[in-house]
Ligand binder design. Structure first.
Ligand code: HEC
Length: 169
């Protein structure tokens, strides 16, 4: 039954994505560099949702984010965010989530969207829209932020705030 529901959702996503003029995503492609995927589910959060900006995880959120990361992300991105071995920066590999990678170059909203919709620019980053709730994705991203330097956190916070203020404009 669960599989039927999931494939129904995927089919609905497919039909919705075909009608680009009727897109409900608050992340227009000219603002955030993510290709339109045929199965892209509509975004559940606005650019200025109160859950942005995401702070580095602490206490309960750290434990939740870590457990989810280790279950859903570490097989490709590495237990400590070191990326897919042996050459995580090579084309198509799952990139590092530490300062070495690009994750911190992107605003929270874009990283959220990557996890929600998936992305297949080079390699295959699966969509987690049917497996993780928005709050769980936020917890995973908050956990990833515990690997970033203060400098990366500062730069990335500015980009997230700029993206929050762009909404509707
Ligand atoms: C099956 C392997 C795989 C799994 C599992 C996976 N990823 Fe990825 N991820 C990738 C690949 C490959 C890319 C690069 C996609 C591309 O080519 O654009 C990527 C890209 C990303 C990016 C964009 C990084 C950037 O520099 O822009 C983020 C953020 C991300 N993944 C987060 C996650 C999180 C969080 C999870 C767990 C919930 C996860 N990924 C699970 C393979 C995976």
């Amino acid at each position: 039954m669960r599989n039927v529901v999931v494939s129904l959702l995927l089919t609905l996503g497919l039909l919705t994505a075909c009608d680009a003029s009727n897109s409900t995503t608050p992340f227009p492609n000219n603002q955030i560099d993510v290709p339109p995927l045929m199965t892209m589910p509509p975004m559940p959060l606005a650019l200025d949702d109160t859950r942005f900006p995401i702070m580095p995880a602490a206490e309960a959120q750290y434990d939740t984010g870590r457990a989810l990361y280790e279950q859903y992300c570490s097989s490709c991105h590495g237990l400590n965010g070191e990326g897919q071995q042996p050459d995580p920066l090579a084309f198509g590999m799952a990139p590092p989530h530490t300062d070495v990678g690009h994750t911190w170059h992107h605003p929270d909203q874009q990283n959220f969207q990557t996890v929600w919709t998936g992305r297949t620019v080079a390699g295959v980053m699966p969509s987690f829209a049917t497996q993780l709730t928005p709050d769980e994705i936020i917890a995973v991203l908050a956990y990833i932020k515990t690997w970033w330097s203060q400098q990366s956190l500062t730069v990335q916070l500015e980009r997230t705030e700029a993206t929050m203020n762009n909404e509707g404009g």
